[in-house]
Design a binder for this molecule. Structure first.
Ligand code: NAD
Ligand code: WQD
Length: 338
């Protein structure tokens, strides 16, 4: 069964493609490589024993998308392709709205024309804004605090309206918490361009000597140790969550919303200590001011996904740090080393 994976060369999309092949699906990838390396395809083949069909191009290209749907009998689409850096989205809002919204519109039009009606969307816990309480359930109020977050929230609205207008569609909105980790082989992982925005890739670059120390953004939050608390989820668990969602929701009309998180929060200092254990030495850090826009704590209530999808995250924090370190130490410069 063929699944179109947009953004399938990216961090989460590539590892999901490996897991899709393992589960008997045939991923067809479209990616413009604006934030990925073509070498990812070799790694997918190396691990999964099969090279996915690749369309190197932009999802805003109508003709390309029509061609993909004409050339393959696609059963469902998993839509990862998006720009995702919060800070950059504040500086370049038009690019973010244009890419993330515009790309999704073209994709939906091409799907409608081809009669493909199963859609899985990469949403984010960012749509909960600063939650009034934790753990966060899917029915909590949503709001956005930056253009990136708005693109996710707006797409959720667009997809919901569209599903209501075409009620035989299955639209699944997956709200990821904080994806971290790498494929356990050490062959695939997160490979940010420039200075990493996110905690784990930054820590990994400190560990490998590309950065001097980690700046811990804020130590005066109302949390047990004063640093921010997040729900870090292993990217392999996240990938498996997509497959569970596909299996459970494909062909089931409606809008289905799921948190993909572990249900546990860890502080920045806990993450630094855990990563130090994986590396075998303490990692240098400095406590600095809060990062504007950050919240104190955020973790999922994953009960609904567990009940409805029969899926839950099983990998531990030590699995996350071990696999991140395995990837980063074998590939200090990411896919450039491939
Ligand atoms: P990523 O940047 O590694 O992957 C996105 C991929 O999409 C990249 O390979 C990029 O080249 C491609 N792409 C972007 N715009 C495109 C376009 N117009 N046409 C074709 N390809 C395009 O990011 P990721 O971490 O793998 O995230 C995947 C999805 O999950 C994104 O939608 C992101 O917003 C969402 N998400 C990510 C996180 C996270 O922390 N990583 C958290 C929540 C949600
Ligand atoms: C985690 C914790 C920081 C870097 C972001 C997006 C969100 C989603 C996931 C896409 C926080 C602290 C970080 C550093 C630090 N992405 N930190 N020093 O902010 O929870 O979520 O990525 O949808 O939308 O906002 O993740 O990894 O940036 O931060 O102290 O150098 O680590 O303050 O407490 P965040 P993060």
């Amino acid at each position: 069964m063929k699944i179109l994976v947009t953004g399938g060369a990216g961090y989460i999309g590539s590892i999901t493609s490996v897991q899709l092949i393992g589960a008997g699906y045939e991923p067809v990838i479209v990616d413009n490589f604006c934030n990925a390396s073509p070498k990812v395809l070799d790694r997918i083949e190396q691990i999964a024993g099969r090279r996915p069909t690749l369309y190197a191009g932009d999802i805003r290209d109508h003709a390309l998308l029509d061609r993909i749907f004409a050339e393959h009998k696609i059963e469902a689409v998993i839509h990862f392709a998006a720009l995702k850096a919060v800070g950059e989205s504040v500086a370049k809002p038009l690019e973010y709205y244009e890419n993330n919204l515009g790309g999704t519109f073209v994709l939906l039009e091409a799907m409608r024309a081809a009669g493909v009606k199963n859609f899985v969307f990469s949403s984010s816990a960012t749509v909960y804004g600063d939650p009034a309480s934790v753990p966060i359930r899917e029915d909590f109020p949503t709001r956005a605090t930056n253009p990136y977050g708005w693109t996710k929230l707006m797409m959720e609205q667009v997809l919901t309206d569209f599903q209501h207008a075409t009620p035989d569609w299955s639209v699944t909105l997956l709200r990821y918490f904080n994806p971290v980790g790498a494929h356990p082989s050490g062959l695939m992982g997160e490979d940010p361009q420039g200075i990493p925005n996110n905690l784990m890739p930054y820590l990994a670059q400190v560990a490998v000597g590309r950065r001097e120390y980690l700046s811990v953004y804020g130590s005066d939050y109302p949390t047990p140790d004063g640093t921010g608390v997040r729900d870090y989820i292993h990217v392999m668990d996240l990938a498996d969550g997509h497959i569970a969602a596909l299996k459970a929701r494909q062909g089931r009309a409606g809008v289905h919303v799921f948190n993909l998180g572990t249900g546990h929060g860890n502080s920045v200092l806990e993450m630094v200590a855990a990563f130090g254990r994986a590396v075998g030495r303490e990692l240098p850090y400095k406590l600095v001011d809060r990062r504007p826009g950050d919240i104190a704590e955020c973790w999922a209530d994953p009960a609904y996904a567990e009940r409805e999808l029969g899926w839950r995250a099983t990998r531990s924090l030590d699995d996350m740090t071990r696999d991140t370190w395995n990837w980063q130490s074998k590939n200090p410069n990411g896919y450039q080393d491939a």
